[in-house]
Design a protein. Structure first.
Length: 249
């Protein structure tokens, strides 16, 4: 008798768990809210997070300063606190270039994906970038920019000094990457070559003409889809006794 009751209790608990899981699963709707489809308020966070991730995946961050750079001269060796914004206010630059990466890594600690590393005193965005753009505001020289993920080559320089520079990888605005006869994917604006992102053809030939090799091939970010696991995590962790939400963003 006791064994039968125990089996019934286990069956009841198992059935309840299955029904709760199915209930949560079918409450998450993929339809647009603007079409007046049924979307529960507590599911909006899950849907908005998924939409934001999809939008971010179309863009990625790039530091417009080459990690291959060297300098023919240096002003001094800084031994103070390694903070890019503080250094910018006090000294501006250790070398002759005031446009490039300061290299202390302030952006590194603010990247939620740990997608930024320092190479040769220059910040480099790795393939782990998901395009959130949170690093941009922490660069005092504003050289971290968002570009389309399918961009093949970029001018990895921010200098407008033309030939008056001590950097070995600086753009000198020579315009050899451009052509008056056909679009190459590059143009020169304010003494700096820039990528034309509206041009989708291969930029490799034009990039090869750069005498300072500041036009670099962009490594595409890894295509990882965690949407399903994020949804599972949010379903099982969004409800707490105190009413707070624990949502994986």
């Amino acid at each position: 008798m006791i064994l039968s009751i125990l089996i019934l209790c286990i069956f009841f608990i198992f059935t309840t768990i299955v029904l709760v899981l199915l209930h949560h699963f079918f409450r998450v709707k993929k339809q647009s809210v603007s079409n007046n489809d049924l979307v529960y308020d507590d599911d909006l966070d899950v849907i908005e997070t998924t939409q934001e991730t999809s939008e971010h995946s179309k863009m990625r961050a790039v530091v417009f300063c080459s990690p291959d750079r060297t300098f023919s001269a240096k002003r001094f060796n800084y031994k103070g606190q390694k903070d890019c914004n503080l250094f910018k206010m006090l000294y501006e630059t250790e070398n002759g270039c005031t446009w490039g990466c300061i290299g202390f890594g302030t952006c590194v600690s603010h990247c939620p994906q740990d997608a930024i590393v320092i190479k040769n005193n220059t910040a480099v965005v790795t393939e782990a970038c998901n395009g959130c753009g949170k690093c941009i505001s922490y660069c005092p020289n504003n050289i971290i920019k968002m570009i389309p993920t399918r961009t093949d080559f970029v001018v990895q320089c921010s200098s407008h000094d033309k030939t008056d520079t001590t950097c070995s990888r600086a753009c000198t605005a020579c315009a050899k990457c451009t052509s008056p006869y056909a679009p190459t994917g590059f143009s020169v604006k304010n003494n700096l070559a820039v990528t034309d992102y509206s041009i989708n053809h291969d930029r490799a030939l034009a990039a090869s003409r750069c005498p300072t090799k500041c036009i670099k091939k962009v490594t595409l970010p890894e295509e990882k889809s965690f949407t399903f696991w994020k949804l599972c995590y949010n379903i099982f962790h969004k409800d707490k006794e105190d009413g707070e939400q624990d949502v994986w963003e």
